[in-house]
Each structure stands twice: as C-alpha cells, then as structure tokens.
Ligand binder design. Sequence first.
Ligand code: ACO
Length: 324
Amino acid sequence: MVLRSRIIGCGGYLPDRIMTNDELSGLVDTTDEWITGRSGIRQRHIAAEGELTSDLAVNAAKAALKDAGISVDDIDLIVLATATPDETFPSTATRVQAKLGMTRGAAFDVQAVCTGFIYALTVADNFIRTGQAKTVLVIGAETFTRILDWKDRGTCVLFGDGAGAVILRAGEGEGSTADQGILSTHIHSDGRDHDCLYVDGGPSSTGTSGHVRMQGQEIFKKAVLRLAEVAKEALDHNGLTGADLDWLVPHQANLRIMRGTTKKLGVAEDKLIVTIDRHANTSAASIPLAIADAHGAGKFSSGDLILLEGIGGGLTWGACLLRW
Ligand code: ACO
C-alpha cells in the first residue's frame, strides 16, 4: 500500500490594501498598459505597516485549518517557505507556531524564493512518506514589497504580498481514492545563475536586507525552458502527458510565461489557474494562494490531476504532480 500526502485543506490571505497599476504610475515612470501587457498584472496587495510575514502566514494557516476541519493540535510539523522572514532568525515558522498556539512538533523555514512552496511541499511530502510526520502545515508567505527598490520600475511593478497554506495528511490509498494525493515532486537548482535574480544584501554580506535585482529577460528565457523541462519530467515520471492534466497551477510571475508553458504542454487555456492579475507575483505565496483561490471558486473536483510548477531566484525550479 502506498503512503501518500493528501491535501485535506487550503487557505489564503491577502492584505487589505490594494495598489493598482495607475497608482504605481504616480511613483515610477510606468503605465497600466505596459504592466498589464508585459506581465498580466493589474494590481497587487501591500502589507500594512507592522503587518509581518508571520501575520499573513497565520491568517492563511487559520483558513486552511478551518477548511480541513482540524485543530492546530493535529499538526505535527510546519514547513514555511519565505524569502522575506520576519527576522534573520529565528525562523518565521516558529513565530507562526507560537501565534497559532501550537506547543508540540517542529517548525522550520525553507528558502527557495519563488520556488519555495514547491520545495516546502517536497520536504513535507518526504516527512510524510518516511512516517516522520502525519499532518503537516505547509505555508508560502511573503512581504516581498518590503525588499523592492521602489525607484526601479523594472522590478517594483511586478510583486505583491500575501500568504497561502495547505494541510497535508498521510493517507494510505484504498479503493477509488488510492491514487489521491501527491504523486511526485521534482526540484532543481543551478547556483551559477545567481546574478539573474538576487537581493543585494544580507546579514553576512552587507548587514542590511537589500533590494531585489533582476535581469528580467534572462529570467524570462530560462523560465520558459526550465518550466517546460520540469513539467515534462513530472508527467513522464508518472507515465502521463499534458493531455491528462485537469489543471495547471503555475507560479504567478508573468502571464506570458504561464501561457507559454500551457501551450508547450498541450493544455487548454481554460485549465490554467490565473491569479497574477489580482495578486501580482507573491513569490513563495503565489502557488498556495492560487490553489486556495481555485478551490474557493469550486474549480477542483475529487480525482483531478493537477500540476504545480515554478521558478525563482537561485535559480531554483520545480514541479509537483498531485491528484486532488
Ligand atoms: N514601465 C514601463 N517601461 C518599462 C518598465 C515599466 N515598469 N520596466 C521596464 N521598462 C522598459 C525598459 O526600460 C525597456 O525600455 P528600452 O527598450 O527603452 O530600454 C523596455 O521597457 C523593455 O524592457 P524589457 O526588460 O526588455 O521588457 P520585457 O518585455 O522583458 O518585460 C519583464 C520585462 C516583465 C520583467 C519580463 O522580462 C519578465 O517577466 N521577466 C521574468 C520575470 C520573472 O519571471 N521573475 C520570476 C522569478 S521571481 C522570483 O523568484 C522572486
């Protein structure tokens, strides 16, 4: 019998404040037409002053717990993906653990920037498959707007803040649900591509948090290549093809990249989950936010085959194939 990680609940949280492209055009030399045309982004949410990554994460976690119908006492591990932790240490996950009132188990962060949620899911899935955890809270949470250079129009228009969470539970497949849950995860990195996307600061280098620096076109080219590769790897691994997919939930970085991958996989565009127009790029939060958004809209049915994929700083990239 195969032990699988099943998603038993999900939830998202977005800060109240919305910044439109028009509002941004008052801050930097840009237009709604440029931003929408190049990226698909129409607006982004911005965390309030004093609202931390852990606060966003806690709200998403509470929504996921409610959706799963379980209590925090059922959780034995928190894996939180973020590139914008509350503090250099301790981990944001331990702050979330305390804020949720969870007094047992373990909590730690995973850092793979925009691929962070796929990495966190991979770690959590392996804990479950090896029997080291039964119920895991996996969170992607970011206050990415805090590390933006608001004078750099090439980056500041692209990102937003938010958090998403899923709850994984170990399940031994039986009967019609035998195949439900995470089928496989696939992660990669290539540190030689550091300069494509990085933050020019940190505790060991400058002693400051730094700001996002990005070679947009380089990332674009690599994203198109790597995402198609890793999506095929996940499908091949399970003896499936793009035609078998019910939904594609990509990291929401650029609508053109997302549509490109959809086309390469031979997936119909109405199977592509899109939130970038409303959320912008929320880094590690974008995939779990998109999952929660689609679930909330009643899009997923039991047994649906879903591919998650993303790329981010590092470079890092990865995919996860699952049956809802
Ligand atoms: N408003 C108006 N003009 C702009 C803006 C802006 N906000 N930003 C750049 N421009 C200008 C440039 O200066 C340039 O002008 P020039 O031709 O006079 O020199 C022109 O627009 C074209 O710039 P490009 O950078 O060539 O535009 P491109 O079509 O590549 O789109 C974009 C830029 C949207 C950033 C795109 O390259 C992209 O999405 N790249 C991928 C980003 C990404 O996926 N990041 C993922 C990882 S995120 C993570 O891990 C944190």
